[in-house]
Design a protein around this ligand. Sequence first.
Ligand code: AMP
Ligand code: ZN
Length: 113
Amino acid sequence: MCVFCKIIAGEIPSSKMYEDENMIIIKDIDPKAEKHYLMIPKKHYKLIADMTDEDGMVFQKCIRKIPELSGLLGLNGGYRLVINQGDDAGQTVFHLHVHILAGQPLDFPDLRK
Ligand code: AMP
Ligand code: ZN
């Protein structure tokens, strides 16, 4: 089982912020921003390239839940979603997940140019 499947199964502890039938949101163990969460679909698959149509339906529900949780997660100042895919992006856990970064001006990298 991968590390995120173990977290979902309760075999590894995590700082869980939210859970429903489709996904969990936990605090990242090594935060890269003032607020850094991971939204992890419960179904294990590695990449966007591996998504089925049904996975896509579940995924859009998960994404659309995030603004509903903005109070709980402290996202009211804005937030950034990041999905690393593969080696060049530095993906280290091959179970699809979305980074939620918030709580400060997100000026790294500067995407405004
Ligand atoms: P990525 O590099 O996109 O694959 O992101 C993996 C993320 O998972 C990194 O930001 C890690 O800090 C985080 N991470 C790894 N293990 C754990 C864990 N046990 N609990 C919470 N976050 C974790
Ligand atoms: Zn997994």
